[in-house]
Design a protein around this ligand. Structure first.
Ligand code: PLP
Length: 386
């Protein structure tokens, strides 16, 4: 699409995307990076603007920010990363280097040092290659269907650097739970490195994964925390957080490309301060009420079974629309594609587990958009149900 440099009011988001010829979306699919994450809290935007006024030593800022994050979330130690993804690279790099400056300087060359990461095959996922960036390799335990503690332990060799663990929707079935995986890792003198990127809320998870034995847990700052989209944080044992910090940007290391600006660091702190203070029960009630209004609208559509789900697999109340055996229309991904057409593009989750479901996630639905979401979902379902 050609762009008209005079089009659009530069003081509004709508104006900016109009000038660029990019169509905005209503985001009813949650904090997915491809659909621009979540809306940063006003406190985060204000802190970023304010932080642009000063210069600091970034090492000093990162150490202080880590201390503040740790005290806010009730962790022993913490540090800032470039998204939870950046945290995965840094976790693996920490496991092979353990603060040794010579190893840090030569990564991703891991010749002659333990460089294997044991991971349950059930826990392989789309972003897991980030764990391999520092010259590491996976050794899989179990198979696609299941993993037992015995299989996990049998995968450990003298060449193992860490045990990797994923906490993510639909990934904990028939898998070794975190507490047992941590016991096995620790019995072999290894760290348990966990990815909990999307597991907030519930806010309890800020304490749960470390109390169950994880040495480092990676969380996103740009999902429901609603900090700057490019931020994340690691929490855990002080020695492991320090190993992670030493191998992370701004140092000249494997992770140098993952820098986080002072503005983003300040924005993350501001958003976390709000996030941990929010009354989770009241927040959940609000999301549930919003989702009930969508559910009411589509209740009569033939061939679907819709419900509100809020559990391990659904971090906040979602409307889950299941296409039943009597559904005659297209599959979930096709319905989602149709919702992205037209003037009111609505993004919903599909294809996450199979192609017979779509989910509506309230996190990013802005004031005034809920009716449009309900109407568009109803409209596309009814058109397809005929
Ligand atoms: C979202 C997610 C990531 C990536 O997090 P970013 O903060 O976007 O880098 C990594 N792992 C899992 C399981 C996730 O859900």
């Amino acid at each position: 699409m050609s762009t008209d440099l005079t089009a659009g009011n530069p003081a509004t988001g709508a104006g900016i995307v109009q000038r660029l010829g990019v169509k905005p979306i209503i985001n009813a699919g949650g904090p997915n990076t491809m659909h621009s994450g979540s809306r940063p809290r006003q406190e985060a935007m204000d802190a970023m603007q304010a932080m642009s006024e000063v210069f600091v030593n970034i090492d000093e800022l990162l150490i202080a920010a880590g201390e503040e994050i740790a005290s806010l979330v009730g962790a022993e130690a913490a540090t800032v990363t470039s998204g939870a993804s950046g945290g995965l690279v840094v976790q693996a790099a920490a496991a092979v280097s353990k603060g040794d400056p010579e190893i840090i300087a030569r990564l991703p060359d891991t010749d002659g040092i333990p460089n294997e990461l044991v991971i349950q095959k059930r826990h392989r996922f789309v972003y897991d290659h980030l764990y391999l960036a520092p010259g590491t390799k996976f050794v899989e335990a179990g198979d696609d269907a299941a993993c037992t503690p015995e299989q996990l332990e049998a995968a450990i060799t003298p060449n193992t650097a860490a045990v990797i663990h994923l906490e993510s929707p639909f990934k904990n079935r028939n898998a070794v739970p975190l507490s047992e995986a941590a016991e096995i890792a620790h019995a072999h003198g290894l760290p348990l490195l966990a990815d909990g990127a999307s597991m907030l809320p519930p806010r309890d998870n800020l304490r749960r994964f470390t109390s169950e034995g994880a040495d480092l847990v990676s969380f996103s700052g740009g999902k429901a925390v609603r900090g700057p989209q490019s931020t994340g944080f690691l929490i855990g044992k002080p020695e492991w957080v320090e190993y992670a910090r030493l191998v992370n940007a701004p140092n000249a290391t494997i992770a140098r490309a993952q820098k986080v600006s002072k503005e983003e660091i300040a924005g993350l702190l501001a958003s976390l301060r709000v996030f941990v203070e929010v009354d989770e029960e009241a927040e959940t009630t609000r999301y549930r009420r919003d989702m009930e209004s969508v559910l009411d609208r589509i209740a009569e559509v033939p061939g679907i079974a819709a419900s509100i789900e809020h559990n391990y697999d659904h971090y906040i109340p979602h409307v889950v629309v299941r296409l039943t055996d009597s559904w005659r229309g297209p599959d979930g991904p096709e319905l989602a594609r149709r919702l992205m057409l037209g003037d009111q593009r609505v993004y919903v989750v599909s294809g996450y587990i199979g192609d017979r479901e779509i989910w509506v996630d309230p996190l990013n639905i802005q004031p005034g958009e809920l009716d449009t979401v309900a109407a568009r979902v109803h409209e596309e379902l009814m058109k397809a149900a005929r």
